[in-house]
Design a protein around this ligand. Structure first.
Ligand code: PGA
Length: 251
């Protein structure tokens, strides 16, 4: 399977950024990975149009769990699909923290994404206090159990909360250990279907550390925040990615 490099623009980007990004991304040849760009919802349709016909996919950063209806200010999964998204990030720690998203809410959103034909990218990760208390693996296991419905099909992103936007990355041994735990949990929950669930690492991934993170066992790609806002940096990370010999979950 090819590693997946996904860019999460968060609440950044204006219309002019679409062309500034789409040009270099379209021009990049010889990438050995899959590439996904998740701009804010205001730019989804424009980005999807600008990348149409290329191998680069476009994703959203959240969706509402319900079908279209009376939810002022929200966006249904089907509307994101209609705008050109193929993926949707769900349960990002910023949404879990700032919007009180529980595992149950994330699980409902995953079901909505499935129903709309979007690939969910479900984020999990421990806080610094939880890691220091020795609870990192239990926290992540609980998030997986609570956020992933039966029949889940999609991507997992392991993002230690304290590594997001902080410039600090988790130690390589800790990343490898957590990816092994996640792989084992996915196998326990979903059996052979877990082989088709890539597990990304996220948290201050940048060109300088991409190669060392992307060669760790069980790391099937990266979810990139800050560094995804610069086309050159994002492409440098994508160039550090590769096609994996083993199926996801297989190490
Ligand atoms: P970062 O964000 O790369 O800026 O740490 C990652 C994320 O939140 O997905």
């Amino acid at each position: 399977m090819r590693q997946l490099i996904a860019g999460n623009w968060k609440m950044n980007g204006v219309f002019a950024d679409v062309a500034r990004f789409a040009g270099p991304l379209r021009a990049a040849t010889g990438l050995g990975c899959d590439v996904l760009v998740c701009p804010p919802a205001t730019l989804l349709a424009a980005m999807a149009q600008a990348l149409a016909g290329s191998a680069i996919a476009v994703g959203a950063q959240d969706c509402h769990p319900d079908p279209p209806g009376a939810h002022t200010g929200d966006l249904a999964a089907a509307m994101l699909r209609d705008a050109g998204a193929s993926h949707v990030i769900l349960g990002h720690s910023e949404r879990r923290a700032a919007h009180g998203e529980t595992d149950a809410v994330v699980c409902a959103k995953v079901l909505a994404a499935h129903a709309a034909g979007l690939v969910p990218i479900v984020c999990v990760g421990e806080s610094e206090a939880e890691r220091l208390a020795g609870r990192a693996e239990a926290v992540v296991a609980g998030q997986l159990a609570g956020s992933l419905p039966g029949g889940f099909a999609g991507v997992i992103a392991y993002e230690p909360v304290w590594a997001i936007g902080s410039g600090r990355t988790a130690a390589q041994a800790d990343v490898a250990a957590m990816h092994a735990v996640i792989g084992a949990r996915l196998h326990a929950q979903f059996g052979a279907a877990a082989e088709a669930m890539p597990v990304l690492y996220g948290g201050s991934v940048k060109p300088e550390n991409a190669a060392s993170l992307l060669t760790l066992p069980g790391v099937h790609g990266a979810l990139v925040g800050g560094a995804s806002l610069k086309p050159a940096d994002f492409l440098a990370i994508a160039r550090a990615a590769r096609t994996l010999p083993n199926p996801a979950g297989g190490g």
